[in-house]
Write a protein that binds this ligand. Structure first.
Ligand SMILES: [Zn+2]
Ligand SMILES: [Zn+2]
Length: 642
């Protein structure tokens, strides 16, 4: 007998896409086995005739995902082994799926304008869960009783069968809109709709609006034509059709922005109005949960194409407030990096966590207010607030974390070591020799052999106490460099002269160049404005097995004195650092005979630097994090393999 397989590439261990496909197969009574393994979702049909109609249906109901790749199909003579999935269900942080979204705009639906519309495989779920297992009684929804229609769905609708957070406008969460004088309550279809209508109206008149969403408080404001905004303000697009009018996106960036994970992304501006307000790039967002989505929809009806917002708290000042009473544990926004066919999550917890790990020893890891803990033969990685049981034999705690003080037997691990292990584990390379580069605040080179990471070139902080004196004595003529700088830039000179801090080389570089934000991100934002092709060579070398940061900074000081424009200088920093990392990695590869270079740390996610790495390390197997962020939280996963 022949079996027909449709294989979707899916680069995550999360199950929401496969489960959603299963639910639709059940709903439409189609006989198909759905198997997820080795970064693929396999749909296995016995009957050739169901393939076309089912895959057509899936096109309409399965959301795009940042983890989905190519689709292939083939025929098998023998049926692949299908194992029962026996693992605890973990809650997700997603946008509503196409069907749930459709219901929110269907006046006949119980979910009409209901912002908490979700199903087993979509919507914000984790923010409402207080502890495991994922069940209604462990969530803030336990105070709400499902109506008869919802109860019926719990049994009969394959999309919501046993769904712990089921609710609709008839039995769900009420909203409240308040300003200084009045209050408006919404608790059914028409009143929800009115509330979002009024909210959009006040925003379009230039008022500010603070909204509690499952993903945290957001303060919305209209982008004014004659004002400029800093690089941290975010832009939420209200209508997908106008995004490409305002931004320059490659196809992969556009689909990622609209994916069910709805990440935040730094993208290039195109329209004059956005260029004037934000410069060459913005942090772009497409509404990622019901509150923002309904607000954006109403704004679009008023002709508003995008709206500004910033992360806020309950206490943030605004003209109006929209909120609900359920407590939430909000994740941190995930930012996505796209470089041609490469996608990586830069930072944030929303997309990657909670995570379920099946192939690790039962141990617990504590770092960054998060924890990895054993749960029903698996490991769950989640916020500390939801952790269950840390009474395990092996407890690993990140170096410097206070938690270690209360647990003297804990094993202490280094951030960079765990981060590089996370890259190797995600790419199934744990047993291989690999060179590692970790680039967060500083750059560190590592080497891994037999599951043991070692630091080869450590990172260092710059001691600012005698900063100018150190630069002046660097080499012959350096003293004149410092004198000239003092004359030409007295304010910058004194900032670094009085400094009692230990800073990293990039923070000091940001002070010297005088970019808006005193860190590497500030330099990155400026670098994006550079339109030329090639940068200047900045001194990056190793002395006494350390990055020679003083020579690096002296080099920047002389370029600044020579009047090199800020954007070019910032661009050159990333280009030179890229070369430095590539050359260092190549040398280590040569010495060790390894062909694999594992990259981690949030600063790897820079277009200029990553482009440079790809070019120079083209002959090596470059690997990075896939479903975990490049930033620090990947240690919760990597430390499981230490
Ligand atoms: Zn759904
Ligand atoms: Zn209901």
């Amino acid at each position: 007998m022949e079996y027909y397989v449709v294989a979707l590439e899916f680069r995550s261990s999360k199950r929401y896409i496969a489960d959603l496909i299963r639910a639709y197969a059940k709903k439409h009574d189609i006989s198909v086995d759905v198997v997820q393994r080795d970064q693929k979702i396999l749909l296995i049909f016995d009957d050739k005739n169901s393939i076309d109609s089912f895959t057509k249906l899936l096109d309409a109901v399965i959301p795009v995902s940042i983890f989905l790749g190519k689709t292939t199909s083939y025929i098998l003579e023998e049926k692949p082994k299908i194992e029962e999935i026996d693992e605890p269900k973990i809650p997700q942080n997603l946008a509503p799926c196409p069907a749930c979204q459709e219901a929110m705009f269907d006046i006949r639906s119980r979910h009409y304008y209901y912002p908490f519309t979700s199903c087993n495989n979509c919507g914000p779920q984790a923010p409402f869960l207080e502890k495991y297992p994922f069940a209604r009684e462990n969530s803030s929804f336990r105070f709400l009783n499902p109506c008869d229609a919802c109860k019926n769905e719990l049994e009969k609708n394959p999309l919501r069968v046993n769904y712990p957070l089921i609710s609709c406008s008839q039995c769900g969460v009420a909203l409240r809109m308040v300003d200084k004088k009045s209050e408006r309550i919404a608790n059914d279809g028409p009143t929800y709709r009115k509330l979002f209508e009024v909210s959009a109206k006040v925003l379009s008149k230039g008022k500010s609006l603070l909204v509690k969403t499952p993903y945290g408080y957001r303060r919305f404001f209209q982008i004014q034509k004659d004002k400029t905004y800093d690089a941290h303000a975010k832009v939420m697009f209200c209508d997908a059709n106008t995004i490409s009018k305002h931004t320059l996106l490659i196809k992969d960036e556009f689909t990622a922005l609209l994916s069910i994970e709805r990440p935040l992304m730094r993208v290039a501006t195109q329209s004059e109005e956005l260029k004037e307000a934000f410069g060459s790039s913005i942090l772009a967002k497409y509404p990622d949960e019901g509150m923002s989505m309904l607000l954006a929809y109403e704004l679009a009806l008023l002709g508003v194409e995008y709206i500004g917002y910033e992360d806020a708290t309950k206490e943030s000042e605004a003209d109006y407030l929209v909120e609900f009473d359920l407590p939430i544990i909000a994740p941190q926004e995930s930012t996505l990096f796209v470089n041609q066919d490469k996608k990586a999550i830069i930072d944030g917890t929303k997309t990657s966590f909670p995570a379920l790990v099946k192939t690790a020893l039962p141990k617990a890891v504590v770092a960054h207010a998060m924890v990895s803990f054993p749960f029903e033969d698996t490991i769950i990685i989640d916020s500390m607030q939801r952790a269950c049981d840390l009474e395990v034999e092996q407890l690993y705690v990140l170096e410097g974390d206070d938690f270690a003080k209360e647990h003297p037997n804990a094993k202490i691990f280094k951030q960079s070591h765990a981060s590089i292990m996370s890259v190797l584990a995600e790419n199934a390379l744990l047993s291989k020799d690999a060179v590692g580069v970790y680039f967060d605040d500083n750059i560190e080179f590592l080497f891994c052999r037999a599951n043991k990471p070692m630091t080869i070139i450590p990172s260092i902080d710059v001691d600012c106490n005698n900063f100018w004196q150190d630069i002046a004595t660097l080499r012959a003529g350096s003293d004149r460099l410092v004198e000239n700088f003092k004359k030409k830039f007295p304010e910058i000179y004194s900032t670094l002269d009085n400094s009692q801090m230990n800073a990293n080389a990039f923070e000091i570089a940001a002070v010297i160049i005088d970019v808006g934000q005193v860190n590497l991100e500030g330099i990155a934002v400026e670098a994006l404005k550079f339109l030329g092709k090639a940068g200047l060579a900045i001194d990056t070398h190793i002395k006494d097995n350390r990055f020679e940061s003083k020579a690096f900074l002296a080099s920047i000081i002389s370029y600044k004195l020579a009047g090199v424009e800020q954007e070019l200088l910032c661009y050159s920093i990333f280009e030179s650092i890229g070369d430095y990392i590539a050359d260092g990695a190549l040398q280590l590869c040569e010495k060790s005979g390894s062909d694999t270079v594992a990259l981690s740390g949030k600063n790897i996610a820079n277009q200029i630097l990553y482009g440079r790495l790809k070019k120079k390390l083209g002959s090596k197997n470059i690997v990075t994090n896939i479903e975990y962020p490049l930033s620090k939280e990947n240690a919760l996963y990597g430390a499981l393999y230490l």
